[in-house]
Design a protein around this ligand. Structure first.
Ligand code: HEC
Length: 151
């Protein structure tokens, strides 16, 4: 078996070519990296904001179908507490709302909505409806008596 050696000159030339390409590519990557670092966090923030908007939309649909008959279409309260209340929204955390909606309030009209408790909603849907309720907070009216049903 014989080996075909390239001549030293050929070898040098091809090695140099490869190294030049490699060095060039590395420079491009090095130059792009700070740019990437500049753009990446803002695109991540945007993705997170988009996700919140789409969850809130999904939550809004769920709200009107599942919750509005008792709590009112705009959360103004009908036979159940008004949730569109500055005082309620400022005292209740998302975790508390999600938990209450999941397990319900035994002995009242507020039933358990989590599928874990034989309700109709997934935990993702409960989160969506909670984000929707939370979206009222900025413009929520003064309602210190939110637990007094309107009717
Ligand atoms: C059949 C009527 C009814 C429906 C439908 C209903 N609720 Fe309720 N909900 C109530 C009542 C009544 C209460 C008050 C329970 C009590 O006496 O503590 C309540 C309480 C709550 C509270 C606690 C309010 C507070 O003052 O702490 C939250 C949050 C809530 N409901 C969210 C929801 C969400 C979200 C939905 C839809 C997924 C929903 N409810 C559907 C009747 C209802």
């Amino acid at each position: 078996m014989t080996y075909e050696y390239q001549s030293d000159d050929d070898m040098d030339a091809s090695t140099n070519r490869v190294m030049a390409w490699g060095a060039g590519l590395m420079l491009v990557l090095v130059a792009l990296f700070p740019l990437y670092r500049l753009v990446e966090p803002s695109s991540r923030d945007e993705a997170r904001a988009d996700q919140l908007v789409s969850l809130a939309q999904q939550g809004g649909e769920l709200w009107s179908i599942t919750c509005s008959s008792c709590h009112g279409l705009a959360g103004e309260g009908v036979t159940a507490p008004a949730l569109n209340s500055k005082q309620f929204l400022q005292t209740a955390t998302d975790e508390q709302i999600e938990l209450l909606v999941a397990v319900g309030v035994p002995g009242t009209q507020m039933s358990a909505y989590s599928q874990d408790f034989s309700g109709p909603l997934t935990s993702e849907q409960i989160r969506a409806v909670t984000i929707y309720i939370r979206s009222w907070e900025d413009s929520a009216p003064d309602r210190p008596d939110w637990r007094e049903p309107v009717e």
